[in-house]
Write a protein that binds this ligand. Structure first.
Ligand code: SF4
Length: 262
């Protein structure tokens, strides 16, 4: 049977990445555009679609296939990949058909139905999901993601619940953004995650607290000029999370790399 492939809007790819799926090497692709406007976002060119490459899914799959011997996962990040659900599904489906790679999605959690549909078709092996702020604080969440207060927290909560019920390998990530979040907020996020259910044998649930690091590609000018977050605060926040959560916990900073807390 002959497929008609969609075109996907991407901002680029890297053939081998060591940072997208913890403990694994991935071929990582950036899907263009995002529905959030986090002032501190590192990927301004990606989220506003500054340089978009429109490519056939088929062609992208062939590129992934050429490098499949080097990596364990195809990782799709962004931007927000769930904004192109048809292309995302096609990409994962074809990669599973044509290679032995596992699939990984990085998402802001705003489109639980897309995650659910990928799972229904058995197309997802690893999910990295951002929890940007405590789930029970809608106002703070909206501030951190640069939007008006809305339904986002409910969608993120639903995405988390779907992930915990259905996947064996999950990474939840929070960036400790100076002026917006405090160490205690990671404690609140960890408490929430601990209510989602117990980890069964053979499953890896991971919580990573990340450092904010300014660069020329940060969305908001004030955040572009801000100092990098203190590594000690990231460590403190990850330790705080470890008091409440029985998952693997890591602190990730540029200064001291990835430190396993638990
Ligand atoms: S940090 Fe925020 S704006 Fe940037 S890609 Fe992630 S969700 Fe989108």
């Amino acid at each position: 049977m002959r497929y008609t492939f969609s075109k996907v809007k991407i901002s680029g790819w890297i053939e081998t990445s060591l940072v997208d799926v913890i403990g694994h090497v991935s071929f990582s692709v950036w899907f263009s555009y995002c529905n959030f406007r986090c002032l501190w976002c590192q990927n301004r060119p990606v989220i506003i679609g500054e340089k978009v490459l429109e490519i056939d899914v088929d062609k992208l799959v062939e590129t992934v296939k050429e490098h499949a011997w080097l990596v364990d996962f195809l990782h799709v990040t962004g931007g927000e990949p769930t904004l192109q659900p048809v292309q995302l599904t096609e990409l994962f489906k074809c990669v599973k058909e044509r290679t032995n790679l596992k699939t990984s999605l990085s998402t802001n959690g705003s489109r639980p139905n897309v995650i659910q549909n990928l799972l229904k078709e058995n197309l997802l092996d690893h999910l990295a999901i951002d929890v940007k702020a405590p789930i029970d604080d809608e106002e703070l969440y909206a501030k951190v993601i640069g939007l008006e207060k809305g339904d986002v927290v409910r969608s993120v909560a639903e995405s988390l619940s779907i992930a915990v019920k259905n996947l064996d390998f999950i990474e939840v990530r929070t960036t400790l953004v100076p002026r917006l979040l405090e160490v205690k907020d990671m404690g609140n996020i960890a408490k929430y995650l601990s209510t989602l259910g117990k980890i069964k044998r053979g499953r890896r649930f991971i919580y990573v607290v990340q450092q904010f690091s300014p660069s020329e590609t940060v969305l908001n000018e004030e955040y572009r000029r801000m100092r990098r977050g203190e590594p000690e605060d990231v460590l403190k926040a990850a330790k705080m999370a470890s008091k409440y959560l029985d998952w693997e916990i890591y602190a990730r900073t540029l200064d001291i790399g990835v430190v396993k807390i638990k």
